[in-house]
Ligand binder design. Sequence first.
Ligand SMILES: Nc1ncnc2c1ncn2[C@@H]1O[C@H](COP(=O)(O)OP(=O)(O)OP(=O)(O)O)[C@@H](O)[C@H]1O
Ligand SMILES: [Mg+2]
Length: 245
Amino acid sequence: MNNQTTSLPVLIARNLHRDFILNGNKTLKVLQGVDLEIHESEMVAIRGLSGVGKSTLLHCLGLLDTPTAGELIYRDGDSTWQSPGLSEKIRCALRNQFIGFVFQFFHLLHDLDVLENVMLPSIVNSTSREWRKKRGRVEARARELLQKVGLEDRAHQAPGTLSGGERQRVAIARALINDPRLLLCDEPTGNLDSRNSDSIHTLLRELHDELGTSILVVTHDPDLANRADRLLDMVDGKFERREQL
Ligand SMILES: Nc1ncnc2c1ncn2[C@@H]1O[C@H](COP(=O)(O)OP(=O)(O)OP(=O)(O)O)[C@@H](O)[C@H]1O
Ligand SMILES: [Mg+2]
């Protein structure tokens, strides 16, 4: 389903640039004028050669990195936030509440069990009093998400005892615990074999269709790219052309 024409954007990027200074003098221009809109309930895939700037873009969009120039606008209902111009407190809140991240290498905490890993983004930024109040509700939601990703019976297992595909399922549940408006996935199946990749592709599409979360996914995998509503090709630090699927 492509809602681009009927729905509002949750994220707008205008003329984003990201330069890196190498060895104190040489400038590496990575993002070179990225324009992008991600609409409500849209699934968009980005592909491009290694080193073209896909992860750099996701880090900028996810407020993990700061663009050298350009503008970012986040929208949730009637609320909008525009960067630059955000306080560190608002950037943290957007990173934690508005955006969910799924990375190639899962990044689960091995001292916590599966359920605690899923609940973690909800604990961050809570005072102990707030946490005591919301813990029951968060745990119920975490168990619900574990059920959606097919791991409800693994809640108290250590992440180290799970397969790669199962760890990515936990990471996806964790990314969804705060009901983000936008899920950013950086090569979510880049570290998985084809069978596990296929089941993660199906899961992402199902979660997208069920929850209506907008998804922006960077992938080298044609199967995942083909499941998106829209496919963008990144060339020389910007998008070359748009292809409606
Ligand atoms: N912090 C940094 N300092 C200097 N250069 C960087 C930094 N981060 C990224 N780069 C450079 O920016 C370029 C783009 O990197 P990026 O990781 O965004 O590529 P990518 O498209 O995600 O590639 P891949 O498909 O291999 O993951 C690369 O040349 C990389 O070396
Ligand atoms: Mg990358």
